[in-house]
Design a protein around this ligand. Structure first.
Ligand code: F6P
Length: 526
């Protein structure tokens, strides 16, 4: 099942050779020679459509990539993940964010327990609580209706729910208003609380571990802010909830067990928006929207499990990513949602992708000698065109792009929607075709080499169901890449050292190099 020497495998070697044959091939010639190219290199899954024809691929390329996926055991590992096997080897845990999206009648066993009743029990609690808060049945300590929710969390306990809340905002009912605080920089919470009333504010402390320094500091500040006004400790029970695996720590903080929405350690932080961590989504958009989000993700799960490799959207995206990262040495990958409501999608994806696949040790602990996860970046279009697109069009590196467009307008300004989508389509064409010097009147500054790859994903509309599909699509893409690269996509040891050194600095412990000492002295932190 392991493929520890991936770059020595015959399937890899064949791809290396194949790439050499494509060195001089131009995509615009491939399009000119083949009127069916778009039809052959595109597919639909549910309400998502993927055009991958603007890639440096011929009819021979994809079968070779599917062979690579097969010899690396993508299908077997996929089945092991869904079955709840402990594929997160370094933490000895199953990887079961997909179970959070499954219907109640299913059965998924972890350590002899069917976890589906636990999952649906938590969902029922989230449903009741969000309905009570939104209807005003849940009252603050002084008997007033909650008007503002503040989600305190960071990383996966922030980026996922923050992005979904923003993405669905057109459907939102304005009350309660949901705010997010993540940074340990005190200005984040200070500016968020400005203008809010302690009597009508509810805090969600979202932390899988309930030990994360930033979140704990912000939660303490929030509690002081609340109690300095409401005076009585028992006010905490009406104004604080916790979303965590660590019930004891939440209770020690003073949050009653009744206000705890639990999940389990088989949900990775960056995959946790589907768990209790999604409570802020239920509070802003209603539980029905959250249920639709789960349903959309479940549809993508079903597609990922059932579709053959050559019709499997996450597999195709993953293999194209590997094609550029490993065979064309692309170091970066741009994700470009042409939808203002998806403006936080790149930030969410950055954590999911880079924390999952930014690894250089293989699953069995060997150092890896091939490239793994690329640097992911992106901004919503059309803003991206006026910031970093110059480099994508004329820079010296290949930066593969994913364009994401939404068919149904998200505002009444339908003329602007047409402009938005025309911009997106034009960028893909410009990247692919380029413009040679002749038509740029012999001016190299004005010439475009073209042959720059992109995928275009089209969503029917930006509602909870389609969003759920989109997010699960990228989760599974990342999974497939991790399997092929033979890494564990589900641990994150790389974030630990900085945490330890921060705590050493704050406790005046540990040896400091002269640069770090000098910096701290300049800050008067010694
Ligand atoms: O950044 C490291 C990390 O562990 C992420 O994986 C996680 O999403 C984030 O910190 C927050 O962790 P927690 O939910 O435990 O506060």
């Amino acid at each position: 099942m392991f493929c520890p020497t991936l770059n020595k495998r015959p399937a890899w070697k064949v791809l290396e050779k194949h790439r050499k044959t494509l060195e001089k091939t131009r995509m615009r010639d491939l399009f000119a020679a083949d009127s069916q190219r778009f039809d052959r290199f595109s597919l639909s899954a549910g309400g998502l459509f993927l055009d991958y024809s603007k890639n440096r691929i011929t009819d021979n390329t994809m079968p070779l990539l599917y062979d690579l996926a097969k010899v690396c055991g993508v299908e077997e590992w996929r089945n092991r993940m869904f079955a709840g096997e402990k594929i997160n080897i370094s933490e000895d845990r199953p990887v079961l964010h997909t179970a959070l999206r499954r219907p109640a009648g299913d059965s998924v066993t972890v350590d002899s327990e069917n976890i589906m009743p636990f999952i649906h029990g938590t969902l029922s609690k989230m449903e009741k609580f969000s309905r009570d808060v939104r209807s005003g049945t849940w009252k603050g300590h002084t008997g007033k209706k909650i008007t503002d929710i503040v989600n305190i969390g960071i990383g996966g306990s922030d980026l996922g729910p923050r992005m979904v809340c923003r993405a669905l905002r057109n459907e939102a009912i304005s009350e309660p208003a949901v705010h997010f605080v993540s940074n340990v920089d005190g200005t984040d919470i200070q500016q968020t609380l400005r203008g809010l009333s302690p009597e009508t504010t509810l805090f969600i402390v979202a932390s899988k571990t309930f030990t994360t320094q930033e979140t704990m500091a912000n939660a303490q500040t929030a509690r002081q802010w609340l109690l300095s006004s409401l005076k009585e400790d028992k006010a905490v029970a009406r104004h604080f909830t916790a979303l965590s695996v660590n019930a004891d720590a939440a209770v020690s903080f003073g949050i009653p067990a009744d206000n705890l929405f639990p999940f389990r350690d088989w949900v990775g932080g960056r995959y946790s928006l589907w768990s209790a961590i999604g409570l802020s989504i239920c509070l802003e958009h209603g539980f029905d929207a959250f249920r639709d989000l789960l349903r959309g993700a479940y549809e993508m799960d079903t597609h990922f499990r059932a579709a053959p490799l050559n019709r499997n959207m996450p597999v195709i995206l993953a293999l194209l990513g590997i094609w550029y990262r490993n065979f064309w040495k692309a170091q970066c990958y741009a994700v470009l949602p042409y939808a203002q409501n998806l403006s936080l999608f790149p930030a969410w994806l950055q954590q999911v992708d880079m924390e999952s696949n930014g690894k250089s040790a293989s699953r069995n602990g060997n150092t890896i000698f091939y490239e793994t996860g690329p640097a992911i970046f992106g901004t919503a279009g059309t803003d991206c065109q006026h910031s970093f697109f110059q480099l994508i069009h004329q820079g010296t590196d290949i930066i593969p792009c994913d364009f994401i467009g939404v068919k149904e307008p998200m505002s009444p300004h339908t003329g602007q929607h047409k402009m938005l989508l025309a911009n997106m389509a034009a960028q893909g064409q410009a990247l692919m075709e380029g413009r040679d010097e002749k038509s740029s009147v012999g001016n190299p500054h004005r010439s475009f080499s073209g042959n720059r790859p992109s995928n275009t994903l089209i969503m029917e509309r930006l509602d909870a169901r389609h969003l759920g599909m989109l997010l699960a699509l990228y989760e599974h893409k990342i999974f497939v890449q991790g399997i092929i690269w033979s890494i564990n996509s589900f641990d994150q040891w790389g974030v630990e050292l900085g945490k330890i050194l921060t705590s050493d600095i704050l406790n005046g412990k540990g040896a400091l190099d002269s640069s770090t000492r000098g910096i701290l002295q300049r800050f008067d932190i010694t």
